[in-house]
Design a protein around this ligand. Structure first.
Ligand code: ATP
Length: 474
């Protein structure tokens, strides 16, 4: 697999002073070094990859410089993440556009990303087929909720809605890939359609008025764009493993806040505690990953300490090209929190990620085997490789049709009741698009005479033996 080690990039985005801050006599306390990505506040000086706002680069350049390169790599099959961090009211949602209520906010990252993706996809539609899907979730009080689920409907009173909403379970697939069980991932065909899902999810997102921000996000929100792409024509039956599956995550974290200062009480107070807990866990993960000595020693990374760090596992130190946008206020009244944000962002800058091109792993493995088989056994060039799940589970057929292009599917034979939960397998026209199948201990999948899909060390291999474990198809 092609892999590249990339340092996590960090941009600082400084918003202007707000009217309320000016009315309260606040002044700028942040200085940007001329021509350098350097920020000074009091005696603290920090260097980053980019600095926008005040006398730094114009905020309008942020998208082109920080996000467009990620969209480019997304379309090459890499995962990418844009992560907005900062004190409450510092401009995260404004910058990301992930709290979208239909107002014109064309400069926001989410909107420009949508335009860019479809602009690029439309250019290559003649050569490639695309399946583009989105999901939108929030982590609210340490539970993950699907913002595109009908039970999240924002029209209902929040307290009643919160009772009806069912939290989403997190599951780890092979190679540390994290998935959310049963989350809605509607397919979209245009940027307008994508925007509608963003608006629908934003409506359902938990926000509230605090002393620091009248529309404060009380949850961490993750809008994900998934892209599957395949060449339209494949040169040969044995060389069609060109299914690329990548995702771009836009993460708008809830604001870091000093609970006393932002003035919440009761419900807001409890929310604040949960928010800070998630951000604290994120800080701990960043501390380990950003410390070269600890990293080299292979120190334990506490991803499991919060839902947020669990979900961002592959974005931080994993298979993703990631940029953190740390949003800050220039107001002297916020100086203490601005320094904290700058320190946090500075540590994150030492994180190393290893992004790989995501070729659909199972088909790639199967096709590699078919490729070997093609060279010494012409009978395997036939249209199907049939297989049997041991221990009485239904028969499955792994398709390798005459085009050799459908290896991403498992076609169920006469019985459509494969023992995977409904969220794992989507059945339509007799084809099952398999996202996740668990095969219980001591089972193997026989795919041809004496050949099994073997599961070992979280990897899927085909060999003459059979093995235990989970078979996960991305
Ligand atoms: N670059 C900017 N230019 C002009 N106004 C901005 C800018 N950034 C933020 N604002 C304004 O500042 C206010 C707070 O912004 P926003 O809601 O995006 O903060 P936030 O960091 O997401 O806060 P929270 O964490 O509480 O949700 C909003 O009224 C927003 O319109």
């Amino acid at each position: 697999m092609e892999g590249s080690v990339d340092r996590l990039k960090v941009a600082i985005n400084i918003r202007p002073l707000m009217v309320s801050e000016l009315q309260n006599g606040c002044t700028d306390c942040v200085i940007v070094a001329p021509g350098k990505p350097q920020v000074q506040i009091g005696s603290h000086v920090f260097t980053y990859d980019y600095v926008y706002g005040l006398s730094g680069s114009k905020s309008s350049q942020l998208f082109e410089e920080c996000v467009v390169p990620l969209v480019d790599t997304l379309l090459c099959g890499y995962n990418a993440t844009v992560l907005a961090y900062g004190q409450t009211g510092s401009g995260k949602s404004y910058t990301m556009g992930t709290n979208y209520h239909g107002e014109a906010n064309d400069g926001a990252i989410a909107h420009r990303v949508m335009e860019k993706i479809f602009e690029k996809v439309n250019k290559v539609r003649d050569e490639r087929e695309f399946l583009i899907r989105v999901s939108f979730v929030e982590i609210f009080k340490e539970k993950v909720f699907d913002l595109l689920d009908q039970h999240s409907d924002g029209q209902v009173m929040r307290t009643r809605r919160d009772l009806r909403r069912v939290p989403i379970q997190i599951r780890e697939k092979t190679l540390g890939d994290i998935t959310l069980v049963g989350v809605n991932e509607p397919a979209v065909k245009s940027k307008e359609e994508m925007r509608l899902f963003l608006a629908r999810g934003s409506l359902n997102r938990a926000t509230a008025s605090t002393r620091m921000n009248s529309h404060s996000s009380r949850s961490h929100a993750i809008f994900t764009i998934y892209i599957e792409q395949k060449r339209k024509t494949s040169s040969s039956h044995c060389n069609s493993g060109d299914l690329l599956v990548s995702k771009l995550r836009l993460v708008d974290l809830a604001g870091s806040e000093r609970v006393k200062r932002s003035g919440p009480n009761g419900l807001r107070f409890k929310e604040g505690i949960h928010i800070n807990k998630g951000l604290h866990a994120l800080g701990n993960v960043i501390n380990v990953l950003g410390d070269e000595k600890k990293r080299k020693k292979g120190a334990f990374v506490p991803y499991r300490d919060s839902k947020l760090t669990r979900l961002l596992q592959d974005s931080l130190g994993g298979n993703s090209k990631t940029i953190m946008i740390a949003c800050i206020s220039p107001a002297d009244s916020n100086a203490g929190e601005t320094v904290n944000t700058l320190k946090y962002a500075n540590r994150a800058r030492n994180i190393q990620n290893k992004a790989v091109i995501n070729r659909n792993p199972v088909p790639a493995e199967i096709q590699a085997q078919l490729h070997l088989a093609c060279s010494d056994d012409t009978s395997l060039k036939e249209t199907q490789v049939s297989g049997v799940v041991e221990s009485g589970a239904p028969c499955i057929i792994i398709s390798s049709d005459s085009e050799g292009s459908d290896c991403g599917y498992i076609i169920l034979s006469d019985d459509e009741s494969i023992s995977a939960d409904d969220n794992a397998v989507e059945i339509s026209d007799g084809k099952a698009d398999v996202k996740y199948i668990e095969i219980s201990d001591n089972d193997g999948v026989e795919i041809s005479d004496d050949k099994y899909i073997e599961i070992s060390d979280n990897d899927v291999e085909i060999s003459d033996g059979k093995a235990d474990g989970n078979l996960c198809c991305a």
